[in-house]
Design a protein around this ligand. Structure first.
Ligand SMILES: C[S@@+](CC[C@H](N)C(=O)[O-])C[C@H]1O[C@@H](n2cnc3c(N)ncnc32)[C@H](O)[C@@H]1O
Length: 273
């Protein structure tokens, strides 16, 4: 079944929406808890031994730039994304942050990359797998692209746990379901990951679990709500007016100090035998 998830079809979004996504990816990526989650799994990937790294579904190149900046890394990172607009943004940001020589970005579909077997020492998929139609197929592709002994880092939200507080819990649950149905394709993919890795012949090295919860005031979730408010109507699970009212109510909750927003996140590091 083809998904309605706009993150899985960024090559069809209009420029206004894509500009909003650039802002969202960069704000999210600079949040201290997001920085910490990325650093923690990159540390477990032994990138000091990697000459060539692939950032799958790179968006604005957040993970690629973080790898290129690492003191233990002296190789090259290639970022691939569906959206030419995001690839251009990734190139510009790499230039601005002084890592253009260590990175390159191009458009492509990560489920079928025109790249030789074993081309990469390491692969990262940072908040990608919940948005692809065939997560098992993408993991098989990761195994094909990795050299023997190479490592993959897979990080994503466990979006089945994404929830916001509401004065009426029944309406709150309906809103959560409308949101999750709109902005992710595989809300439970991180719960399937141990099986998907094993099926692809990848050996689990370590995993990390996090709760990104904000209570009282929204910070991380405030910019997420702004992006989601614009994305949900594109998927059709709320009208524009309904999504605006949903977002406004959550911002009001934050102003009044009664906000609740939370999702679990997981990272897996695995190696090709
Ligand atoms: C939620 S965003 C994450 C972007 C970036 N990795 C980050 O964490 O900031 C998911 C990204 O995956 C890309 N994407 C989704 N499906 C893809 C596919 N089949 N091939 C390549 N990129 C894809 C989207 O264009 C989008 O940029």
């Amino acid at each position: 079944m083809t998904s309605v998830d706009p993150f899985g079809r960024t090559d069809t979004l209009d420029e206004g929406m894509l500009a909003a996504l650039v802002t969202r990816f960069e704000v999210r990526g600079k949040h201290p808890q997001f920085v910490n989650m990325l650093d923690e799994y990159l540390d477990a990937m032994t990138l000091d031994a990697a000459d060539s790294v692939l950032d799958m579904g790179c968006g604005t190149g957040l993970a690629a730039r973080a790898i290129a900046r690492r003191a233990d890394f002296s190789g090259h990172v290639v970022g691939v994304d569906l959206s030419p607009y995001l690839v251009e943004a990734a190139q510009r940001l790499a230039q601005e942050e002084g890592v253009a020589e260590r990175t390159s970005f191009r458009t492509g579909d990560v489920s079928c990359l025109d790249v030789a077997d074993g081309a990469f020492d390491a692969v990262v998929a940072h908040t990608l797998l919940s948005h692809v139609d065939d997560a098992a197929g993408v993991i098989q592709e990761v195994a094909r692209l990795l050299k023997p002994g190479g490592r993959v880092g897979i990080f994503d939200g466990d979006y089945a746990s994404l929830t916001f507080g509401h004065a009426d819990p029944v309406l709150g649950q309906a809103n959560d379901e409308a949101l999750i149905g709109a902005v992710v394709t595989n809300a439970r993919v991180m719960r399937q990951m141990p099986r998907l890795l094993q099926a692809a012949g990848l050996e689990l090295v370590t995993s990390f679990a996090y709760v990104l919860a904000e209570v009282g005031k929204a910070d991380f979730w405030a910019s997420a709500i702004e992006a989601y408010r614009r994305l949900i109507p594109k998927a059709g699970t709320m009208t524009v007016d309904e999504a605006d009212a949903w977002g406004a109510a959550l911002h009001r909750d934050s102003e009044r100090g009664v906000f609740f927003g939370s999702s679990n996140y997981y990272a897996y590091v695995a190696r090709r035998r």
